[in-house]
Design a protein around this ligand. Sequence first.
Ligand code: ZN
Length: 114
Amino acid sequence: MHELSIAQSIVALAEAQAHARQASIVEELEIEIGRLAGVEVQTLAFALESAVKNTMLEKARIVRHDIEGEGRCGDCGAVFATETLFTPCPRCGSYAVKLIKGAELRVKSIVIDK
Ligand SMILES: [Zn+2]
């Protein structure tokens, strides 16, 4: 399952950061998930619950930020909210749109206890 391997790599990344700071417990994990990152958010939330078992993140509070999609038109420069990767520019109709927000999938921060 796609989401489970993502969850495992999020946990591994957070653990690596915690180890680097000589922590023993991660109290909070803050992640950012773009709406266009290609993951099913609910599935990922469930996957994270199982991925944290027996790790430093077992008791961690998981704070999730959903990032709305935003595109910039390569032809006229308009910036607009978008819900898909293939939305044309609302100003000029161009499809030369670059996604500037919404594809994030990353660990924003962790709170640790030593
Ligand atoms: Zn445009």
